[in-house]
Write a protein that binds this ligand. Structure first.
Ligand code: TXA
Ligand code: MG
Length: 344
């Protein structure tokens, strides 16, 4: 298959064609505000199977249905509780996915056999136009091959899926850079299954009490994550990544000690701007100022991909604050490191 790459200034010209591809069961990758998604028709089980195949993704890992109008929620959810409407009005279009009881018409291929469905309305003009052109319901996992970091540039999608999907719509770099927050509304107390840009505090302002799945920040809870996709070792770089937490001077000192013992291996460090000149690694990636969480979130996946391209074998990353969006950043970084974190 030849993958058509649609440049950023040709989006309008190609939108009708992209919508037709989806309606006919094909796959189109598109930008959202979080990461690039790989879209297929949500009501076509064949499209879902193609998505799993193109990504090399296990088919028990359910997909998110993307809509472009809040009122379309009732087509995919069997019930729309008041909490869901409140959240939709406050955060949609935006980086929030809700888990609700699924409507019968949603195929089990979408939900990985579950009776619940994940739904989100993304905040991106190209995504919204594409969903509309496709008839209103587009399933879309992140558009990476399974096991790679989610794509934050159209070029990442091309690297992973060229020749496996029909079209890629280039919308430039994404704004947020980490996948949406997932909140489960089918339990007594709403529960965050995946942290993201919309934080627990923001959800609690609307809902009152909100829980967080205990598996989010630790590997050794002895429990399976409640979002099936969170159990896979995502975002794993080829080299060995260790996170180092502690007082900044000590972190720099500890990492440099280790680097000096890594002769013959290509080494890399992810550091904040404040420490950019302090490391002795072969490759030093400055992820931005320590308190600029938005930038850290936006840069993380690109940097992890670059380490792979540059064939870095041993990597260290500074740890980041876990307040606000920091929790999502640390959750993804911990997964990339196989939960390997050292406190110095
Ligand atoms: O920001 C995003 O959410 C991006 C963009 C493209 O919208 N999409 C995305 O999709 O991250 P994906 O497939 O990479 O992640 C979907 C996550 C998986 O962890 C999956 O297990 C979980 O959502 N999920 C989907 N349906 C679920 C359900 N019914 N119950 C629990 N978790 C579910
Ligand atoms: Mg994904």
């Amino acid at each position: 298959m030849r993958t058509k790459f649609v440049e950023i200034d040709q989006q309008k010209e190609y939108m009708a064609q992209a919508g037709r591809i989806l309606q006919e069961g094909g796959l189109v990758a598109f930008p959202t505000e979080t990461v690039y998604g790989l879209g297929g028709d949500a009501f076509n089980p064949g499209s879902c199977r193609k998505i799993y195949e193109a990504k090399g993704r296990p088919s028990d890992n359910p997909l998110i249905v993307h809509i472009c109008r809040i009122e379309d929620l009732k087509m995919v959810a069997a019930e729309v509780p008041r909490e869901a409407m409140l959240l939709a009005e406050k955060f949609w279009p935006g980086p929030l996915t809700m888990i609700l009881p699924k409507a019968d018409r949603v195929p089990y291929e979408v939900t990985g056999g579950l009776d619940t469905v994940a739904v989100r309305m993304p905040n991106h003009p190209i995504a919204l136009a594409l969903i509309d052109a496709a008839g209103g319901y587009v399933v879309a996992p992140s558009a990476n091959s399974s096991g790679k970091p989610s794509p934050t540039l159209a070029g990442h999608v091309l690297e992973d899926l060229d020749g496996r999907i029909d079209m890629i719509l280039d919308g430039g770099p994404v704004g947020i850079g980490l996948e949406s927050t997932i909140v489960d509304l089918t339990t007594d107390v709403p529960e965050i299954l995946r942290p993201g840009y919309i934080t627990r505090e923001m959800l609690e302002e609307v809902l009152g009490q909100v829980k967080t799945d205990v598996t989010i920040m630790s590997a050794d809870t002895g429990q399976a994550p409640k979002a099936p996709g969170m159990k896979y070792r995502h975002y794993a770089p080829v080299g060995e990544l260790t996170i180092v937490a502690g007082e900044p001077e000590r972190v720099v000192h500890w990492i440099n000690e280790k680097l000096s013992q890594s002769a013959g291996k290509k080494t890399g460090v992810i550091c904040t701007d404040e420490n950019r000149d302090k490391y002795l690694a072969d490759v030093v990636k400055n992820i931005g100022k320590r308190d600029d969480e938005a930038r850290i979130a936006r840069e993380l996946y690109r940097i992890l991909r670059e380490f792979d391209e540059e064939k870095v074998e041993i990597m260290y990353s500074e740890a980041f604050d876990t307040a606000g969006v920091g929790q999502a950043i640390m959750n993804r970084l911990l997964k990339a490191a196989g939960y390997h974190i050292i406190y110095v």
